[in-house]
Design a protein around this ligand. Structure first.
Ligand SMILES: C[S@@+](CC[C@H](N)C(=O)[O-])C[C@H]1O[C@@H](n2cnc3c(N)ncnc32)[C@H](O)[C@@H]1O
Length: 277
């Protein structure tokens, strides 16, 4: 039997365990929305009690529909640009490379030092794949990526921006636009409604990290910086309710009712794809 890997992560970094758990659990679903045996292998090797997450069925589905959508966008990018570069900011223990790589693209995966140390227990650098330790808010990763590649670029940041301060998010968007003209940028965003009710979140209630960034309308990014165009936007509400039988009864029946009387519920959470001019 292989040795269990201890988990020593900062407060925000620890949240990487939620999407990992979701992808691992998805392997047991009769009709998974995302297929990721690597996540299950990793989860089985971690010395961590995932028990409290057992009832987080909406988060399981939510993380997986989000991951599957970003996978589709990444795959479409690689179909058009087979030798393009994919950059994952706040990669956690995500195995998108294993799910969508085409054998020719270049990948950079960035996370904070303790998260990256854990990641290195399970993944290795290769000529195609480089893992970087540091903050998305620093310029080091930008310089490294630009020194080794010429683009085009697909940047994914799943579940990371929501833990940054609003001014940090805006600064990151500006830095990305300056450094990677023509890039595509996939990220998720939540409305102030979710931020206010975050302690009711079926998974986040077990973690101390807090969401700190929200945006009333995902299109706002176009107003911050005219180089960005919103190419695609998917609402979690619609993605979740496309699989009603997967949701606990109170979500299944109460959600559509709430959405009908209070439409902001339908605009609570999105996954977005931006195109840089
Ligand atoms: C909810 S997890 C998502 C992990 C991964 N994207 C996934 O979907 O499995 C958030 C991740 O963002 C990372 N993160 C938070 N702030 C960061 C920063 N300033 N720079 C790089 N990574 C960061 C955390 O360490 C964590 O791995």
């Amino acid at each position: 039997m292989s040795v269990q890997v201890p988990v020593r992560l900062g407060t925000v970094q620890e949240t990487l365990l939620v999407p990992l758990w979701a992808r691992a659990r998805e392997c047991d679903e009769p009709a998974p929305v995302l297929t990721d045996p690597t996540s299950r292998e990793i989860l089985n090797r971690l010395d961590y009690d995932f028990g409290p997450l057992d009832g987080a069925r909406a988060s399981q589905l939510g993380c997986c529909v989000r991951g599957a959508q970003v996978d589709r966008w990444a795959s479409q990018f690689l179909e058009r640009h087979p030798e393009g570069t994919v950059i994952e900011l706040g990669v956690g223990l995500n195995s998108r490379f294993e799910r969508v790589d085409n054998g020719r693209a270049r990948w950079f995966e960035l996370d904070l030092p303790d998260a990256m140390e854990l990641r290195r227990e399970f993944f290795e650098d290769t000529p195609q794949r480089t893992m970087l330790s540091g903050s998305a808010l620093d310029d080091d990763w930008i310089e490294r990526v630009r020194s080794e590649t010429q683009g085009p670029y697909f940047i994914a940041s799943e579940g990371m921006l929501v833990y940054l301060d609003p001014d940090e998010v805006r600064r990151l968007f500006t830095r990305v636009a300056d450094a990677f003209p023509g890039a595509m940028f996939a990220y998720d965003s939540m409305s102030p409604l979710v931020l206010r009710h975050q302690r009711k979140h079926d998974a986040m209630r077990y973690f101390t990290a807090e969401f700190t960034w929200s945006v009333g309308d995902a299109r706002e990014v176009e107003q911050w910086d005219e180089r960005y165009r919103l190419k695609d936007i998917r609402s979690f509400y619609h993605m979740l309710y496309a699989h009603p039988k997967r949701l606990p009864a109170y979500y299944r029946y109460l959600g559509p009712l709430l959405g009908a009387v209070y439409p902001p519920v339908k605009r609570a959470y999105h996954v977005n794809l931006l195109q840089l001019g």
